[in-house]
Write a protein that binds this ligand. Structure first.
Ligand code: 8DG
Length: 143
């Protein structure tokens, strides 16, 4: 495209689910416009890199864990022309996540998904996860 300074990129991320059906969220430190907002661990797939190899690499770099990847959960457009993000389901296979590149990590239960400010583009994925993990209390009396 005339005037375009960069091509679209694929970002790959993972919703790591633990045995209590909680999801791991990570708080970004950069860039300043995104710092303080929460995301799914992941990052850009490098040119020529296999998507799931990229996902495993990012989890080692960001969390110091090995992961087991499940199914592809969803794909969204990111707010940069041509950029998209694919979210996989997964679990930690080895290690305990540490925030190597974020400044906080939280395991969020389905009722806690709204407790953190997610990156805006992630909203439809967070909504879909809420449905995936189930809404405890739905249909139950309030008291
Ligand atoms: N990892 C991740 N990135 C997301 C999410 N939602 C969202 O809009 N993004 C955006 C933020 C960034 O613009 C882009 C990911 O790029 P990044 O800068 O984290 O990728 P990276 O780890 O490869 O970064 P770097 O090596 O260039 O520092 O995708 C999400 O849930 N997870």
């Amino acid at each position: 495209m005339v005037g375009s300074v960069e091509e679209g990129r694929l970002v790959v991320a993972v919703a790591l689910i633990d045995g209590a059906r909680r999801v791991l969220a990570a708080r970004r430190v950069s860039p300043p416009s995104l710092a303080g907002m929460w995301e799914f661990p992941g990052g850009k797939v490098e040119p020529g890199e296999d998507e799931l190899a990229a996902l495993r690499r990012e989890c080692r770099e960001e969390l110091d864990v090995e992961i087991e990847v499940g199914r592809l959960f969803g794909e969204i457009a990111l707010p940069r022309p041509g950029w998209r993000m694919r979210l996989w389901l997964g679990r930690v296979a080895a290690g305990v996540p540490v925030a190597a590149e974020h400044d906080d990590l939280r395991w969020l239960g389905v009722r806690e998904l709204d407790d953190v400010p997610w990156l805006p583009a992630d909203a439809p994925l967070v909504d879909a996860l809420r449905a995936e993990l189930g809404e405890p209390g739905e249909g139950l009396p309030a008291s």
